[in-house]
Design a protein around this ligand. Sequence first.
Ligand SMILES: Nc1ncnc2c1ncn2[C@@H]1O[C@H](COP(=O)(O)OP(=O)(O)O)[C@@H](O)[C@H]1O
Ligand SMILES: [Mg+2]
Length: 247
Amino acid sequence: MALLTIENLCARVGDKEILKDFSLTINPGEVHVIMGPNGSGKSTLANVIAGHPAYEVTGGRLMFKDRDVLKMTPDERANIGIFLAFQSPTELPGVGSALFLKTALNAKRQAAGEKDIDAVSFMRRLRPRATALGITDDMLKRALNVGFSGGEKKRMEMLQMAFLEPDFCMLDEIDSGLDIDALHTVSQAVNIMRESHRSFLLITHFQRLLNDITPDYIHIMMDGRIVKTGDKTLAATLEEKGYDIYR
Ligand SMILES: Nc1ncnc2c1ncn2[C@@H]1O[C@H](COP(=O)(O)OP(=O)(O)O)[C@@H](O)[C@H]1O
Ligand SMILES: [Mg+2]
């Protein structure tokens, strides 16, 4: 059974059509990459799957674990395992990073009928993941993303992913603005989490993310839909020839 099925999805912002009959099937364990020029609708796709209220779905189907996602709130989608790491992570003044993680995990547990995590288990879950991502105790105490550098924000997004262990992880331009070391850290976080039940949708402009992560499929998105699907070698073709040959 597919984890995520998108059929002829159409979506718009205001009166602008952005997704036009977009279709994609993602099976458990697969890593899919979407590449495409600016404005082709990549972030819109991720936001629509996550349930961002600014985007209006005007047609098509979106199924996750055999459930009709379009009928669900963003919270409900998160609770059944849909995760989006943002292109520009939001700052949450007044909300400590560790508290944010605990609250998010407990919301998920409550939705599954489980009790809240205790303090010891919480730290046991948090510490090794934070250390692996180079996130210090000081960062965990500070308000979420407030005053964080671009790289720190991206690593904090990865910590949320590692901590919440969602079954479907969307990473929107996680590699933009990262230096080589931070990029490597992010790629490792993805590789460590690759499991037979978990799938990834990586949105990127750059081939360099794919030096460390070997995807199952690469899709080229233009003007709201996929125009070409290939394997990992497609990234090299793109690097060489650009998007113009697909226009
Ligand atoms: N919230 C929004 N309000 C208005 N226009 C938007 C909004 N989000 C996206 N768009 C427009 O939709 C198109 C696709 O944007 P986006 O999905 O961000 O593309 P990409 O991520 O591929 O660069 C662009 O023309 C963009 O300006
Ligand atoms: Mg984008």
